[in-house]
Design a protein around this ligand. Structure first.
Ligand code: 5RP
Length: 230
């Protein structure tokens, strides 16, 4: 089964958790986009939901397909967020931000009663870190922030290239106007310690480790869909 079909399977399973009247956080990325397409079909046949998108890209797709949107200003509490992930560990700690939307994704997930992660099963790993950790940083003091990240990681025994994410010749800029540093530290045995260390650096806006946010992961593989709970 190809990757797109697996994403659709996971998205379809997640859709069974969506009930009429829900206030939804809607994730970013290719798997979340499959969810939006299926959700839009439900909306077209009469389901009444409102969605808070986690990126301008997701907002544009929702508008195109007729999914009613809101904002966290209008709708500050959400029932359910459905989003993809770059890596998922067995405790449902995630690495997110491959699509550069981690800040809004984390804000939206944190305001939701529940977060469901959808992915193909290749995203499930024993220990996070093969996927470079995205870290959203302020433009001001970029070099100093990068150095502080490297030093903080070093104290935890983590090392590896920390590189500015580019789009062609230009730095990638997030929806919030920030930059992304991708940290290739390899295996991250203590995600809580790294999360705390990164949060202590003033230039770090947010990082892509999602701890304690996802309670359910729906993972699609060639043998079917399985649901993990934390
Ligand atoms: C965007 C994300 C995405 O959810 C993550 O990158 C997974 O994307 P995809 O479903 O395309 O593999 O965190 O910031």
């Amino acid at each position: 089964m190809d990757a797109k079909s697996l994403k659709i399977k996971a998205a379809a399973e997640a859709l069974t958790h969506v009930k009429d009247g829900m206030r939804l956080g809607i994730g970013t990325g290719s798997t979340a986009e499959e969810f939006v397409r299926l959700l839009a079909e439900k909306v077209a046949s009469g389901m009444n939901v409102i969605g808070v998108p986690t990126s301008e890209r997701t907002a544009a797709l929702c508008r195109e397909l007729g999914v009613t949107l809101s904002t966290l200003e209008e709708t500050p509490q959400l029932d359910l967020t459905i989003d993809g992930a770059d890596e998922v560990d067995p405790d449902l700690v995630l690495i997110k931000g491959g699509g550069g939307a981690l800040l809004r994704e984390k804000i939206v997930a944190a305001t939701s009663s529940e977060m469901i992660v959808i992915a193909d099963e290749s995203k499930l790993v024993n220990t996070l870190g093969a996927f470079p950790l995205p870290i959203e940083v302020n433009r001001f003091g970029l070099a100093a922030t990068k150095l502080a990240i490297e030093r903080a990681a070093g104290k935890l025994g983590l090392a590896g290239p920390v590189t500015l994410r580019m789009t062609g010749d230009e730095a990638f800029v997030t929806d919030g106007g920030h930059l992304i540093l991708d940290a290739s530290f390899g295996r991250i045995p203590d995600t809580r310690a790294l999360s705390n260390a990164l949060h202590a650096i003033p230039g770090v806006v947010e990082h892509g480790l999602f701890l304690g946010l996802a309670r359910v992961a729906i993972l699609a593989g060639a043998d079917g869909v399985r649901t993990l709970r934390s």
